[in-house]
Write a protein that binds this ligand. Sequence first.
Ligand code: SF4
Ligand code: SF4
Length: 467
Amino acid sequence: MIEEEIYHAEIFRDRISSVTASGKRNWIYAFKPSGKFYTYRNVVSYMYLLVFFVMPFIKIKGNPLFLINVIDSKFILFGKIFWPQDFFIFALGMISFIIFIVLFTIIYGRLFCGWTCPQTVFLEFVFRKIEWWIEGSASRQKALHDGPWTLEKVWKKTLKHVLFLAISFLIAHTFLAYIIGKDEIIKIIREPLSQHTGLLVGLIAFTLLFYGVFAFVREIVCTTICPYGRLQGVMFDKDTMQISYDYKRGEERGRFKKNEERTKGDCIDCKKCVVVCPTGIDIRDGVQMDCVGCTACMDACDEVMDKIGFKTGLIRYASENQIAHGTHFKFNTRMKAYSGLLAVLMMAMSFMIITRNTIDTYISRVKGQLYQEVGENKLSNLFDAKIINKTNEDIPVELKVEGLDGTIRLVGAQQFLLKKEAVNEFTFFLDLPKSALHLRSNKIVIGVYSGGKKIQTVKTNFLGPFM
Ligand code: SF4
Ligand code: SF4
């Protein structure tokens, strides 16, 4: 037994728990957790799933609440349309997001992974629950897997995989609804499939991807593939909160005997914390990259401690320093610096979003064109205008030269009518009195008005004669 423990202590960091010594897949049959944290996580997950499936159907003023349409470069956040021209807001948003993730991870470790990562939520609270429901407890699942192909095994495996595929299909639809919008998805469902071959291929590809991940790849996504998980090793420090085994209190571990005068530590070596772990690790080995912070071991150990009358919290949320020195949570200098930077970025981003124009106007003189005489007292220049309407409604606008008596004559259009969600292009002549022009290149300001209200001003140049 001691030799086995020494061997385990030496090798556990050398290979991941989902791979056997011979390099084969070590399928993890995790026991179903129960307890305070599992109940909280159930509540969080159901809310999460509700938000995930309902959000694509919510619209604000005709726009979806969220749309990340990378195909057409159209992004909608909280009902506001963002265009590639809003790149700065996006860039700032991405930087803020990365800093937020770093800061959050430094302080709270893998709290995100355990509670709100889509991989964990879907795997633990949808797919694994179906598996427990159809195939039974972890030991029954293993027996079924290792046993011969009986009728029971065939129908159980078939039912499980059919349900897995159906749910993956549903997730793929919802996922695509975030990219192309729910209206497009409904179109695919209602119209003949031959009209949407491309999207159908995408749907099938996503369905197979989700099915593969949740039915087969599973915890390997968290322990090997996910870049966030891999980066955590460099973000953690000794004050990072994580799920920790209190080795000071637990060691030396040893079996519990009723009515004994206990001389050993509080860990009774029941391994309940190991068998519930969905990544197959032993948290008593110390902090490990494979721990996704799911709290299952905390619940399992608390239940054991309650049963034998010991204080709960042998495995709990605590930093390395807290366990080693009994210190309290410390908001260290690095955390303060990141928080300050994050606050500045969030303020800058909020300012840019609030002050962002829903209409963007670009006006420039048509290249290669000189001025023209209009009557005795006026000169005219030809201009191109590109006006981006980021809203989802057509808007009639009016252009006026600010501070000068100018006349705008549209070429080939009756009025400046901005089509919704489009780049609207116009060509127009601008006539100005000669008396207002004193230079070869005269700076002018054009106001864009909607409903009599100025919504934007644009600077440009008006070409006059050599003085
Ligand atoms: S060690 Fe505990 S918290 Fe970490 S993954 Fe395993 S059961 Fe979850
Ligand atoms: S559940 Fe608690 S008592 Fe049992 S082995 Fe794990 S840490 Fe020790």
